[in-house]
Design a protein around this ligand. Structure first.
Ligand SMILES: Nc1ncnc2c1ncn2[C@@H]1O[C@H](COP(=O)(O)OP(=O)(O)OP(=O)(O)O)[C@@H](O)[C@H]1O
Ligand SMILES: [Mg+2]
Length: 254
């Protein structure tokens, strides 16, 4: 089981506060790893360490290592923008650029490629490919010049996934991507995540344990910024090793 991405002894915080405590966690290639744990346990912060967004927060500090294909991703010589091209991110609330066309929203994803960004017909082809991949092409092929802000929440979130896929990331991080969506839109995103793992390594933060059970291969349980347990999802839900994990997955927590 090879890990594309891994945290090693990662400790992170802001100012005097420590949020992530000595987390060592590998994200295996082409698998979905779910990060679960109670509100405030540090899931979002951990995710944001992995693509170096955390360090953009004023007062942020971070110790330990993040490895991408075995190479140090945090080193002074590593270009954070280049890293974020390889490690894409989708947030809890859909974040389309309001007032901009559907097409331009998707196209914006290639900006991360700089001089290698496709243009013209090649760009149009990429847009179609990614809209098809997220299941939006049929719905939006005739609406490419509509304001993206007028799409439904579920469409906006799939649009954001398409935008992230435009720069061909190897890893996709999603922070509660369905928290703002209705059950039907949630199901579309879950199916998409399940399909994406054929090509990508996926890390998804979720509050929804059923969702973790449905979409993930591995589940990691965090508590108070520390990793309590990580294992195959089925094992975490049926035979957890740690009593705190058991309390959490059976809803008897706290
Ligand atoms: N920029 C910041 N400055 C100070 N404290 C922060 C900052 N960002 C996060 N925290 C604190 O770190 C802790 C973990 O926050 P984080 O957002 O990572 O948790 P979470 O597990 O994602 O929670 P939720 O499930 O509610 O989204 C919280 O106590 C939060 O208040
Ligand atoms: Mg969070």
């Amino acid at each position: 089981m090879s890990a594309r991405l891994a945290a090693e002894g990662l400790t992170a915080g802001v100012g005097a506060r420590t949020i992530i405590r000595d987390v060592t966690l590998a994200f295996p290639d082409r698998q979905v790893t779910a990060l679960v744990g109670p509100s405030g346990c540090g899931k979002s912060t951990l995710l944001r360490c992995l693509n170096r967004l955390h360090e953009t927060v004023p007062g942020a500090h971070l110790r330990g290592r993040v490895l991408l294909d075995g190479a140090d991703a945090l080193g002074a010589g590593v270009d954070a923008a280049a890293l974020r091209r390889r490690v894409g991110m989708v947030f809890q609330r859909p974040t389309p650029f309001p007032g901009r066309w559907v097409r331009d929203n998707v196209a914006a994803g290639v900006a991360a490629l700089g001089a290698r960004a496709p243009r013209g017909a090649a760009l149009d082809a990429r847009i179609e490919t990614e809209l098809r991949r997220v299941g939006l092409w049929g719905e939006l092929r005739d609406r490419l010049h509509d304001d993206a802000g007028r799409l439904s929440g579920g469409q906006q979130q799939r649009l954001c996934v398409a935008r992230a896929l435009m720069h061909a990331p190897e890893i996709l991080l999603l922070d509660e991507p369905t928290a703002a969506l209705d059950p039907q839109a949630t199901q579309r995103i879950e199916e998409l995540l399940y399909a994406l793992r054929a090509e990508l390594t996926v890390v998804v933060v979720t509050h929804n344990l059923q969702q973790a059970a449905r979409v993930s291969d591995r589940t990691a349980f965090l508590l108070g910024g520390a990793l309590v347990e990580v294992d195959d999802t089925e094992r975490v839900f049926t035979a957890p090793r740690d009593p705190r994990t058991e309390a959490f997955v059976t809803g008897r927590f706290g």
